[in-house]
Design a protein around this ligand. Sequence first.
Ligand code: 1GP
Length: 254
Amino acid sequence: MQDDIYTRFVEAKKTGRKKLAVLIDPDKVRLGNVDALIELSIRAEVDFFFIGGSLIVNNWLDECLKSIKGRCDIPLILFPGDSFQLSYRADGLLFLSLISGRNAELLIGKHVITAPYLKMSPLEIISTGYMLIDGGIATTVSYISNTSPIPHDKEDIAACTALAGEMLGLKAIYMDAGSGAREPVSLEMIESVSGTVSIPLIVGGGIRTAERARQTVEAGADIVVVGNAFESDPSLVVSIADAVHSYSVGADAQ
Ligand code: 1GP
């Protein structure tokens, strides 16, 4: 259905029923490493699968999508590290503009190349302001994108950047400390950004515990993204999904 995924994003924002996205690296699906995670995610009623990474070494994206799609109807959303990471087998795509950086290619250049292809595709396109935040460690995305992240404690820069993204018409903001970040995005920064913009807020990078996921939604994230932590312990998805969804129940009851 057209705009089905974005409707869910907006619903998370409006109702306070927060959502969990599990980030899957297509390379790992091929290796069979994520079978348990996919099964547990289905049982835990995870809301979205984000598929992608800053650097995909193998060309198994299609196969990955096909494999997950055959097992469940959880929306598959491409989270592309580059414009070649596209597939019609997904349900939607985060059309990312790296608004925290000043690399013109990642702000608009790649988008010009990709737009005609996307116009013909059945994918739901969600324009997203992507903000890389310093997570205390050099990340693949920072290196590959050749951009500096927003300093960890500069809430004002983050808020103004997100606001500019909203004013430019972007439909969501994704604050990312980068996969495997030592420090996730600070709760103060999440509060500041969520208090500044009215579009859905996605937060990820370095979230490893149910407690941190809960704090992240409490601070104002509408969608929490977790990848790395599930790779080492897939069973964590149950407690993290519960932390995110039970907060939502609390919001409902208020
Ligand atoms: C990275 O936000 C995602 O882009 C998830 O990060 O792998 O550290 O959970 P982790």
